[in-house]
Design a protein around this ligand. Structure first.
Ligand SMILES: *Cc1c(COP(=O)(O)O)cnc(C)c1O
Length: 368
C-alpha cells in the first residue's frame, strides 16, 4: 500500500459525523456569506490565537494582501514602500506584497531554521521600508523577539505569514498574535484546512481590523456605502462551519504531527540526509517535515519505489520564477540550496505508527 503524502479524505473522515452535520446546518440555514457560522468561527479563532479580532477572507493570499491594503488606506504605507520578506517562501507571500502595490525586498533565511535570518534584516532597511513579513515556514515560528525588536527600533510593522503554522507558539504566545497582524490560509492541505479555499486575518489593532473587514467586502463598512476600493474576499458559511468543527482538534492534530516528527528526528539515521533542527517543539507544528539531501532526486525515487509519496517545497525559488523575473539577478545561495535539496516526508495526523516506521526504514535504507 502506497503511503500518500497527505490523504485529505482520511484526514477529514476523522471529523465525521460532526463535519457533515455542520455542512448540512450551513446549507439549510439559508444564509451563506458572513452569517452566524463565520461570526462564530472568527470569534473562536481570534480567541485561539489570543487576538481581539479575526476577519475571515477568501484565501490566505488575500488575507495578507488585504492587511497591506488596509495599512495603505490608514496612511501607514504608500505605493512603492518596501516590505522585507524571506526569499525562500512560497510565492504567495511575495505576490501579496506586490498586489498591494508594495515592493518585496528578499532576505536570505538561516541555513539551520529555514526562517528569515533576523541578523540580515537591518542591512535592507531604507527610508521606504514599512514592514517586515516573517513567514513561519514549514510550521516553525520565526525569531520573533529579534524581528519585533528591529521593527520597534525602526518603527516598522510586523506582518506574520502564518499560513503554515496554525497553533505554533513562540515563548508561549500563539502565532497570529506575535506581530501587528497575521494572515492565515485554510487551504485544504494546511494544518487547519477547509473543504475549499479560505483564509483569515488576525490582529489586536481595532482600526486595522475595521478597515480590513470593509476592504474584504467591496470596501463597504455599511451595506451599499463604499468607503474604499475594496475586493470580494470573504470566508463563506460552509467553510466557516467546517473550520468550526476542526478548530477544537487542532492542538491534538498538531501534537500527532509533532510525535511523528520526533520519531523521524530520533530514528532516521542516514549520512546523506540532513534532518530539521528543532530547538523547541512548541515552536513547530510540522506543516511540512522538510529534510535536505544532496541526492534529493535519487532519494525521492528510492522512496517512491518503497511506496512512499513525497513532495518538494519548493522546486523553484520565487526569484527564479518567470513571473518574478525582475528579481532574477539576485544571488541568494542559501535560498537556492534549500530549493535544490528540500524533500518533504509524509507527516500528518492520519498516519499510523506502522506507516511512520515504514518511512523511517525506507529513508535509512537509502544509498545514493
Ligand atoms: C498556503 C500559503 C499561502 C497562501 O494561502 P492560499 O490560501 O493558498 O492563498 C501564503 N503563504 C504561505 C507560506 C503558504 O504556505
Amino acid at each position: 500500500m502506497m503511503i500518500r503524502y497527505n490523504d485529505l479524505k482520511k484526514i477529514n473522515d476523522a471529523y465525521e459525523p460532526e463535519l457533515s452535520e455542520a455542512v448540512t446546518r450551513a446549507v439549510r440555514s439559508g444564509w451563506y456569506i458572513r452569517g452566524n457560522e463565520d461570526a462564530r468561527f472568527e470569534e473562536a479563532f481570534a480567541g485561539y490565537c489570543g487576538c481581539s479580532h479575526c476577519i475571515g477572507t477568501g484565501n490566505g493570499l488575500d488575507a495578507l494582501s488585504i492587511i497591506m491594503h488596509a495599512y495603505r488606506e490608514l496612511g501607514v504605507m504608500e505605493e512603492g514602500n518596501e516590505v522585507i520578506v524571506p526569499a525562500n517562501t512560497f510565492i504567495a507571500t511575495i505576490l501579496a506584497i506586490m498586489h498591494a502595490g508594495l515592493k518585496p525586498v528578499l532576505c536570505e533565511p538561516s541555513a539551520s531554521s529555514y526562517n528569515i535570518d533576523a541578523t540580515k534584516i537591518e542591512q535592507f532597511i531604507t527610508e521606504r521600508t514599512r514592514a517586515i513579513m516573517p513567514v513561519h515556514l514549514y510550521g516553525q515560528t520565526a525569531e520573533m523577539e529579534h524581528i519585533n525588536a528591529i521593527a520597534k527600533k525602526h518603527s516598522l510593522k510586523v506582518i506574520e505569514d502564518a499560513a503554515q503554522a496554525h497553533g505554533a507558539t513562540y515563548n508561549g504566545i500563539r502565532v497570529g498574535s506575535l506581530g501587528d497582524a497575521a494572515g492565515f490560509s485554510f487551504y485544504p492541505g494546511k494544518n487547519l484546512g477547509a473543504v475549499g479555499d479560505g483564509g483569515a486575518i488576525t490582529t489586536n489593532d481595532r482600526e486595522l481590523a475595521e478597515v480590513a473587514r470593509a476592504i474584504a467586502n467591496y470596501g463597504s463598512h455599511k451595506r451599499y456605502v463604499n468607503r474604499y476600493m475594496g475586493f470580494n474576499s470573504r470566508l463563506d458559511e460552509l467553510q466557516a462551519a467546517v473550520l468550526g468543527v476542526k478548530l477544537p482538534y487542532l492542538d491534538s492534530d498538531n501534537g500527532r504531527r509533532r510525535n511523528i516528527a520526533r520519531r523521524y528526528i530520533t530514528e532516521i539515521d542516514n549520512p546523506h540526509v540532513t534532518l530539521p533542527q528543532v530547538e523547541d517543539y512548541s515552536r513547530h507544528v510540522f506543516h511540512i517535515f522538510a529534510l535536505m539531501s544532496q541526492y534529493r532526486e535519487k532519494l525521492q525515487e528510492h522512496l517512491k519505489t518503497e511506496g512512499i509519496e513525497t513532495l518538494i517545497h519548493y522546486p523553484i525559488p520565487p526569484h527564479r520564477q518567470e513571473a518574478l523575473r525582475q528579481f532574477c539577478h539576485l544571488s541568494l545561495p542559501i535560498t537556492e540550496q534549500i530549493h535544490r535539496e528540500e524533500l518533504s516526508l509524509p507527516c500528518n495526523p492520519a498516519m499510523s505508527e506502522e506507516e511512520v516506521t515504514r518511512v523511517i526504514e525506507a529513508v535509512n535504507s537509502f544509498r545514493p
